[in-house]
Design a protein around this ligand. Sequence first.
Ligand SMILES: [Zn+2]
Length: 387
Amino acid sequence: MNSEQLLARLVAFDTTSTRSNLALIDFVRNLLDEHAITSQLVHNDEQTCANLYATIGPDDHGGIMLSGHTDVVPTAGQDWHSDPYQLTTDDSLLFGRGACDMKGFIACVLAALPQMTATKLQTPIHLAFSYDEEIGCVGARRLVESMAGFEVKPRFGLIGEPTSMNMVLGHKGKVAYRVTVSGLSCHSAYITSGVNAVEYAADLIAFIRGMNQRVQQQLTDDSYSVPYTSFHVGNINGGTALNIVPRQCEFEFEIRNLPQQNLDALVHEIKHYAADTLLPEMQARYPDSGIRFDEISCYPGLHTDPASSVIAYTRRINPIDQIGDNVSFGTEAGLFDGIGINCLVCGPGSIDQAHKPDEFVSREQMRYCDSMIENLVHGCRETAEFG
Ligand SMILES: [Zn+2]
């Protein structure tokens, strides 16, 4: 099967995040079996989703990892002109959910299996396909945990998110939290008998806003369209009626950090303000008051050194010899980078089409990606690189 035929097969699996991706993983596994490639699966707790990891070639030195996520975003509420789970084509474009984000890349990788196994590779190629990336790099986190114990890890990772085949070296990280502020309810005529959860939540939000302004002054990076670490509160919910002091208030916030900025320290500062400034005041009036932080998602940013050898290498194999701007969307690259795998992001299709109705990847982009992987396989046969 060529990459387009494989893409049609992959698109046909509805792998919307949180749904099972096992049918797709089974399909890929069978394909690998046909080429006598053994693979291992790393499941989620519920055993409904799995990451797949496989090594082709020697297993005694690093090599190159080709990585992509198998999940896609929902189509609900989107106005599609064709069945999103059936690849449709015109002269130049291939339409389907996941066409560019990012089953197109995975299809190109799988199409090269015959070349990867035709002769012995000098440099190993590793395949890493994850689940539930779109809801916060959930699967890759688990894969990375199991890879951390590997004796030999890939030296270099190519993450095939849609970058129009430009080589992208950086993106921001992100953390998201749900905060639940609990106080004490009472009649609003007697506010001193209660603890107003909405007002304490507002204090905390004002603190987060203040940090946002301060951090903007401290560190900027003009290679990002928003050139600083940004904070954002997306929703808030609290109180029942004006004449009742509200007992509970919930809100959600996120921080999208420049990879150069320490995310843990920022989160710590917010939690510290809640625990050491707000909470004692609340508990003095009502000891059972509380401020709880639940992490919704978290992934690190990516900041690959332009002088890194992985860049020079990818420039040699990529027909699009173009370093792209840093991007605003997150990827799994930062997680892999965290265990010492130098990563860059490069894949077919444009992020402009991702997550949208009538998502597509162009045939031209697929051809570029096919030829990059062909060049990569050729190089891995000839020389032992990335030891
Ligand atoms: Zn993606």
